[in-house]
Design a protein around this ligand. Structure first.
Ligand code: AMP
Length: 383
């Protein structure tokens, strides 16, 4: 029996474990904490990702390794890859870990990006503000996620405050300034590439964030076919250049009908959770198929799907479970401010029916504001 090792034991590993069960897989999850929520479903090895003794034990117990967490040190992934096949490869991981390397690669591949400049010190910040212009965002190059490690700069007068907030990290993780994009919409393309190079994408997803954290996703996004094709082409270019194996997400801003790349997530992605019930094959199942060298499943949608993230604490399940096409996902985590503790997916064939369901759910849970953007997009879809 094949054992897949997953570095990182959060909800992504948990959902990978659940989707791996029908394939008859065994899993081994490694995490730094003993209560990592994937440990409720798969054997858990607790250890530091830099600890070679722990990594050696992990390597000895798995046939292939992958990640639920992109900030596993690239050197640890490299060390591991000398002992066991690792997908995606450590080079892809290293690029995706560094906003500067990532944006430089996007440019090389003719994938449009917001203006950006690296920042090494306080004088460099002034130079970057001149080059990129304001408004812009100062971000840590590494270890940032969900809007963390970011400071919004509205005018040059904000430079001191931005430096006070993030300057201390210039040495260890590096900093980058990016132009602020007044986007109309945020989209993501979730894609998968197999060991044999077969490439597939799920339908484009529209995403809404609150305070930098994903709040809702709707698929398929209402975009013209040419824009969807462009997003797929960008994802394919990245996958081929990086010789990527597995699932990844490319996050995009849409402005004046054009796409700008924001970031590459080298793993299954929150904006692809709807694929569990909304697509023929989920991102989790296809990720496992890809890393194992199995044929990939179809990525076609079943109707329309909207995912709502539960942040901090779980709401009342009954409002979702009582809906036709309502699916509940509780990650088994302790409630904590800002923590992703679960999600729901609502599915329906007809966009207006899905909008009605979302309105009911919003009212029942007192979450009208969270449901309003996908409702508006569905009402606008005209079908
Ligand atoms: P990130 O961690 O870079 O994905 O950023 C989290 C969220 O912050 C994004 O999904 C956007 O909503 C917002 N954001 C990040 N970078 C920019 C930017 N350059 N312009 C406008 N909004 C941004």
């Amino acid at each position: 029996m094949t054992t897949v090792g997953i570095l990182g034991g959060g909800q992504l590993a948990r959902m990978l474990a659940l989707s791996g069960a029908p394939l008859g897989l065994r899993l081994l999850v490694m995490d730094t904490v003993a209560d990592a929520c994937a440990g409720q479903f798969a054997p858990l090895l607790v250890g530091d990702y830099r600890d070679e003794v722990a990594l050696a034990e992990f390597a000895s117990r798995v046939d292939v390794a992958t990640f639920d967490f992109e900030n596993v040190p690239a050197e640890s992934a490299e060390w591991l890859s000398a002992r066991v096949p690792v997908f995606p490869n450590p080079r892809a991981l290293a690029v995706a870990q560094d906003r500067l390397a990532e944006k430089t690669l996007f440019r090389e591949l003719d994938i449009p990006v917001p203006e950006f400049a690296a920042v090494a010190d306080r004088v460099g910040l002034d130079r970057a503000l001149q080059a990129v212009g304001v408004p812009c965002i100062l971000k840590t190059r590494r270890l940032g996620y969900d809007g963390k490690g970011q400071f919004r700069i509205r005018s040059h007068a904000d430079a001191d405050a931005a430096w006070a907030a993030l300057g201390a990290q210039a040495g260890a993780v590096g900093l980058i300034v990016e132009a602020f994009v007044p986007f109309e919409r945020e989209l993501s393309v979730v894609a998968v590439r197999g060991r044999d190079g077969e490439f597939r994408t799920w339908p484009l997803t529209e995403n809404w964030h609150v305070d930098g954290v994903l709040s809702a996703s709707l698929a398929p996004a209402k975009v013209d076919a040419a824009l969807a094709q462009t997003a797929t082409t960008y994802a394919r270019r990245l996958a081929e250049r990086l010789d990527y194996v597995g699932v990844f997400a490319l996050e995009l801003f849409c402005r004046n009908g054009e796409l700008l790349a924001n970031e590459l997530a080298p793993r299954v992605h929150n904006s692809g959770h709807w694929t569990i019930e909304g697509a023929e094959t989920s991102q989790f199942q296809n990720h496992l198929r890809a890393v194992l060298g199995l044929p990939l499943g179809a990525t076609a949608m079943r109707g329309r799907a909207c995912m709502l993230n539960w942040i901090g604490a779980m709401p009342d399940a009954a409002a979702i479970l009582g809906e036709p096409g309502g699916h509940w996902h509780d990650y088994g985590k302790e409630p904590r401010d800002g923590r992703k503790v679960g999600h729901a997916t609502l599915r329906a064939d007809d966009p207006q029916v899905l909008a009605d369901i979302l309105e009911r759910v919003g009212r029942a849970l007192g979450r009208e504001a969270q449901c309003a953007p996908p409702v508006a997009a569905l009402r606008d879809s005209g079908a």
